[in-house]
Write a protein that binds this ligand. Structure first.
Ligand code: MF3
Ligand code: CO
Ligand code: CO
Length: 267
């Protein structure tokens, strides 16, 4: 498979041994997301959750990929309600019914594990639950397309089709990305698209899929802090992210929840 090669689209082809590096990094990131579930509660602040994440990364002897990344200061992004992504942890107190995405990227022996999932403080209301379920299922529909011979457009199309069939919208302003021994590498993994378009998937490619789905319109804007992205129409937004590797006949998800806690109501 010409391991170590870079495709014409700039995508690195990793070796079988490299999968082990990604497994360790992905497992730690996913385990951290499992571990914070009890901390997400009415009255908690997002910085308390982030501090716990920082401590878990340290205790594991790993590093946070986000601390120091383009000036970002935290071990996680925590995006509450209409925040689409890149929410900065802070003194904001969670209230009953708030939904939040927590996104963690760790570096283990030089390998990057990047994953996010949704949580709820207190009671999950029906429309938020539906948004979260559709977003999670859309990610899994995209992952089902990951196999050699398919294209990145097949992934985006599967996600977009599923989301729009449920009368929700896919955010266009942010995308997934190649990763491995670096945080963000080619390609841009779009969560919308046309079947058969884009680069061909090949065994040994590592990348994230991380669809953001809005109950309202897809447009976003970035706040004055230069990080926090929100829905322009203030509608509720959700996101799930997995890091995956293309195998000979499909894909391996590096960031599956070790405790099977991928859904907020399972916490
Ligand atoms: N983890 C995010 C991603 O999925 C990137 C966060 S960069 C940060 O790609 F600086 F905002 F943390
Ligand atoms: Co990512
Ligand atoms: Co992420």
């Amino acid at each position: 498979m010409h391991k170590g090669r870079i495709t014409k689209e700039g995508i690195r082809i990793y070796s079988d041994a490299d999968f082990e590096g990604m497994q360790a990094a992905g497992k730690l990131a996913a385990h951290i997301l499992d571990s914070i579930a009890p901390l997400v509660a009415v009255g908690a602040t997002t910085e308390e959750i982030d501090t716990a994440i920082t401590d878990m990364v340290d205790d594991a002897g790993a590093r946070s990929a986000t601390i120091g990344y383009k000036g970002y200061q935290h071990a996680s992004c925590i995006s509450v309600n209409h925040v689409v992504c890149h929410g900065i942890p802070g003194p904001k107190v969670l209230k009953d019914g708030d939904i939040l995405n927590v996104d963690v990227t760790v570096i283990v022996d030089g390998w990057f594990g990047d994953t996010s999932r949704m949580y709820v403080a207190g009671r999950l209301n029906r429309k938020a639950e539906r948004l979260i379920q559709v977003t999670h299922d859309a990610l899994m529909k995209g992952i089902e397309q990951v196999k050699p011979g398919n294209t990145f457009g097949d992934i985006g199309y599967a996600i977009q089709r599923y989301v729009e069939a449920h009368r929700m919208s896919v955010v266009r302003d942010f995308c997934g990305h190649g990763l491995g021994r670096v945080f963000h590498a080619p390609p841009n993994v779009l969560h919308y698209g046309r079947p058969g378009t884009g680069a061909l998937l090949e065994e040994g490619m590592f990348f994230t899929i991380e669809p953001m789905v809005n109950l309202g319109r897809p447009e976003t804007k970035v706040l004055a802090d230069d990080w926090t992205a929100v829905t322009r129409d203030k509608s509720l937004s959700a996101q799930f992210e997995h890091s995956v590797g293309v195998t000979a006949d499909g894909c391996e998800i590096f960031t599956l929840s070790p405790a099977n806690m991928f859904h907020p109501t399972y916490a």
